[in-house]
Write a protein that binds this ligand. Sequence first.
Ligand code: GLN
Ligand code: ZN
Length: 751
Amino acid sequence: MTVSHTPFTATVLGLPRVGPNRELKRATESYWAGRADAAHLHAVGRELRRAQLTELAAAGLDSVPVGTFSYYDQMLDTAELLGALPPRVAGIADPLDRYFAAARGTDTVAPLEMTKWFDTNYHYLVPEIDTDTAFSLHPGKLLTELGEAIELGVPARPVVIGPITFLKLAKAADNAALERLPELLPLYLDLLAQLADAGAQWVQLDEPVLVTDLTEAELALVGRTYSALSAAQHRPAILVATYFGHPDAALAVLADTEIEGVAVDLTAGTDVAALPALARKLVVAGVVDGRNVWRADLDAALGTLVTLLGSAESVAVSSSCSLLHVPYSLTPETGLDERLRSWLAFGAEKVGEVRVLATALTAGVDAVADELAAARAAADSRRTDPRLHNDRVRSRLAALDENDLTRSPADERRVLQRDHLDLPVLPTTTIGSYPQTSTIRLARAALRKGEIDQAEYERRMRAEIADVIALQEKLGLDVLVHGEPERNDMVQYFAELLDGFAVTEAGWVQSYGTRCVRPPILFGDVTRPEAMTLSWIGYAQSLTTKPVKGMLTGPVTILAWSFVRDDQPLGDSARQVALAIRDETVDLEAGGARIIQVDEPALRELLPLRAAEQPAYLRWSVDSFRLATAGVADTTQVHTHLCYSEFGEVISAIAGLDADVTSIEAARSHMEVLDDLNAAGFALGVGPGVYDIHSPRVPSVEEITTSLSAALKAVPAERLWVNPDCGLKTRGPVEVEESLRNLVTAAAALR
Ligand code: GLN
Ligand code: ZN
């Protein structure tokens, strides 16, 4: 049965929480460091929520999400809500410390695993469910936040992750998490009743997993679950939120239940107008893109909304997903040129767009004529800006053919490179970065504050490079790196040097916990005004006779960690970035680099959620890597680095990259990955990580020897490399030196 309810007209699906000036990050880190107590952290959280809710209600939203605030992560919050924190933290008496122990671990307790939230760059904590997990409801946090909002007079809509998504994303023995649904349903029913008692008119259950491929059985389960939840009489009206893509068959399943509302991501090409069953629902129309930074095309959005009005019972305007994925506001961005700035909408501006569209629907377009005109003017200025269309780049790309993506056969290259490089068997190397020392951080801060000039900054970075080269010489590594001290970030560094990208001053977005990133904005055609890395790599190479790897970030990763253009296919943008990287590899080679590494740690992350869309993605992403790397001579050895070991759908793509050497994460998965690669016909050089850099532990010579011996069972010695499983920038110098010494010793002994 449906419950009586009043539809709303303007909302967003969720909110950022680190604070406009990263206040929550600072307060949390102070708490962790023991510099502030829990009361202080809670006070900062409460004040951030109060300010945000008040602002949103004042901005004209008539339903405001509550409960998307988090001290670390929303999946972890849901695990806590459902009594599903792992048993190993149960002994920690203080609830806040227990929560953070599950998030980050302690000296004695391992944290939950972290992984990417769908195809975004946000990481969630993976709940663990085992046979003796006894679910129980702990709604304290949600009820507190709801109470605060009601007290402020804000039209609050509590948000909870739905049971299907929670279980599908959790880790369970035998992958049987969904079988636990019958245990969760009574808890959700209890929660609904408690929220109704507390005064909630609506509740939002987030089910982003409905935009992924589900089996018929899973779809049936979705139907049964929401039929059961909507059968409750004492509850708020239920809004099921789908986002990050097209809900496809799941939409019809939801429409058949008695839930009152469904949120759909209309930036993903969803054709909701074709579903007459929505006539009995509030459709929360995600017409404002919640995960990119472009100003919306309000005219097009209005068209969509009007179509929907014809088929739905009522329509509310919304962001397509939570605003967690975009920066708070454009206000602090004084460094962007006015034109570019006028094309953008961050969180606060998106709320404004929602309000304008809702007003147009309820009061007519004349009520917002000025706003619509301003959006049109911005769109015109963007369309006609010369920076969006560089003929030289476009004609260069148009002239390329398959030959430009193809090197000689790998076997031939291997012979040539053997002579050119003269490396021992089982060559040792590292992935690129060395520990970010306080010298580096202080120099960067001093440059930013104007205390030192660029020349002094570069002098200090060179001193770091010299130290890192000397260390590697001393340890006896075979292929050296310059250590990347000059890079603030492996994507932002290149974005700052390439035309077509802009960077923000305060456009922070939460990546996980207290870690925030400032994704660059790719707005125009990409060109490389001048060589970007040559002087650093050339300097490093001048200090040693051993080969120093040229070190670049690949096109897919640069796109994955930026806000991208939405006016052309992603593959077209990738080719432009690839061309710039290719020019850099050619310059590096001419400057004496014999090995060039092009990192693609995000190759898997951009993989589309739906299987049907994956082959096309894999084609253009592999081609863009090949375009970036096939411009060098056969004697030049191309390396790549991938940051994970569960390849799944991308395994054949890895062979397709045709890199001479691929380093991968394997220290934690015990070399099984090599069997997977063999099974996929991979026959190139491979460096499975034998030192887990995600942990401060120093691996012993014996451990590394064991790993390498296991690797040698799967891969012949002439293809095997010896390296850590990722860059060393987050590690301390002492543990790095010891670990690498053990690594070199183990390799030497096996030779
Ligand atoms: N070359 C980079 C580094 O060593 C690679 C980082 C990554 O894989 N994310 O830091
Ligand atoms: Zn890595």
